[in-house]
Design a protein around this ligand. Sequence first.
Ligand SMILES: [Zn+2]
Length: 511
Amino acid sequence: MTKKLRIATLGIHHETNTFASNKTTMAEFRHSGLQTYAVQRGQQYYDMHEKSQTSMSGFIQAAKKHSFELVPLIFAATDPAGTISAEVFNTLGGEALDMLRDQGPFDGVLLNQMGAAVSEEYPDMDGELARWVREIVGPDVPVAMTLDLHANISQQMANETDALVIYKTNPHTDAVPRALDACDLIVRMAQENWRPAKWLEQPPMVIGIFQHDTRDMPMRAVMDDLETVLAQSGIVGASIGEGYPWSDVHENGLACYVLHEDSLEEAKRAARWIADRAWANREVLYEPVGPSPSEAVENALKSAATKPDGSGPIVLLDVGDNIGAGSSGDSTFLLAEAVKQGSKSWLQTIRDPQAIAVCLEAGIGETVTVEIGGKTDSLHGRPVQLTGHITRMSDGRFEDTGTVHAGWRYFDGGTTIVLETEEGPTVALVTTRVGNMSREQFYSLGYRPDDFDIVVAKGVVSPRPAYQPIAYEMITVNTPGATSADMSTFDYKHVRKSLYPLDPNARYVHD
Ligand SMILES: [Zn+2]
C-alpha cells in the first residue's frame, strides 16, 4: 500500500485596493465581515469551511476523494481594503511559515490565496508568500495556489508554484470545483513526481469592471476561449485572471495561464491564443459604460412607477463604492439622489459607526436627526442629513446557506441600526464593511428587499447571486469612488509602462 500523502494548506487572503484610504492593519485581521474568525488556525480553519462553498471546502472534499491527509495550518482573510501593513504580513506570514516548518515534512502545499494582496513591503504579496513557502519546502515538493478570478497574477507567483488554479466564474460560484482541480494536480504531482509545463501570458490590458461578469458578453467570449483551450489534448489546466484594477502594481491586468502535460511550447501557444483574441477586443472589454447617479435614480423611479404589482425591486449597483473591492461602504451619491428626487421606497446599507453611536444613545423607538455616510474620505460624497425613526438594533451577524459569491457563509456586519427616515429611504447603518452579497443581511433585520421599489447594492458582480433572483431590473451605476470604473481618475505609478487603457496606444507584441 502506498503511503498516505500529507498535504498542508495555508493562506493569507486579501484583495488590496491601493487607492483606498482605509489601511489593512492587525485590527482588520481581528474582526472580519466575511467570516466569524478573521484568522483561523488548525482545526478551526477546517471547521469553519467544511460546510461552506469556499476553496478550503473543496480541499476538504478532495482529501476524502484522494484519501490524503489534509493538514490545516492557518487561514487569514478579511474584507478588501487598503494596503496591508508590514506588521500584518510579517506576523501572519511568519506564523504560517513557522507552522509549515514545525509540522512538516509535507508531500504538497495548497496555498489558499485571493491573489491581489499588496503589503507595504511587498507589492506582490501573494508571490512573496509563495517564495517563502518554496524556500522552506524546497524545489521537490509540489505547491499549488488557488485564486480568485480578480487576482493580479505575477511572474513570481507562476515561478514559485507548480500550478495556479483560478475561479472561472464571476459571480464566483465555483471555488469548490476549482479547489478540486488544484488537488487533482497536486496529488498527481506528488504521486508521479511529474510537473506540468506552465506558461503565463500577460497582454498589457485591463478588463473594465463593467465587463467582469463572466456570464455576459464580452467577457463570456474570453471564458469560451479558455474552455476551447481546456478541451485540447495535452492541456492539463488553464486559467484566466481577470485582474483587479485598483491595485497599483506591475502585474495589474489580464493574465492567461496554461499548463501542458509536458510541452512548454504548447502551453505558450495556447496562452497566447487566448491573449491575442482578448487583446483584439480590448476596447469593448474595458469601456466604463453606465448611467450617472442622477440618471440612474431617475430611470429607477420611472421604472418603479410602471412595474407590475408584486414584481421585485430595481437594484442599483453602486460601482464606485464596491465594498467587495475595498471601498468604504459609506458613499452617499445614490442616497443623496434618492432624497433629492423623492424616492419613498428605498433600502440600503451605509457604514457609519458615528451615526450608530448617536442612535445607540437615543435608543430604539426614538427619532433622531443624524448626518449619514460620506465620512471616510473625500471620494464618496458628503454626509446626508436625515431624520429617522430607529426601528431595529442588531449585532449584525447573519448566515446565508444559499449561493453566495465566493462561497462565504457566516457574516458579521457589527452593530447595526435601521432608520426609517422621514425623507423616504430606509437605511441600515452598519459598523463593518460587509458587502451586500446576501439578502439575509436585510431579512435578519426584519426587512424584505423584495418589497421595496429600489434597493442599493454596493458592488458590481458580487451582489448578483443574491439580488438577480428577486430584481425586476438591475442598473449598474457609474458612481465615483475608490472603485470607480474609470481608471483615468486614479494616479497609477507602478503599473506596466504601456498598459491599455491608461496608454491608449499600448502595443502588445510577441514572437
Ligand atoms: Zn473576486
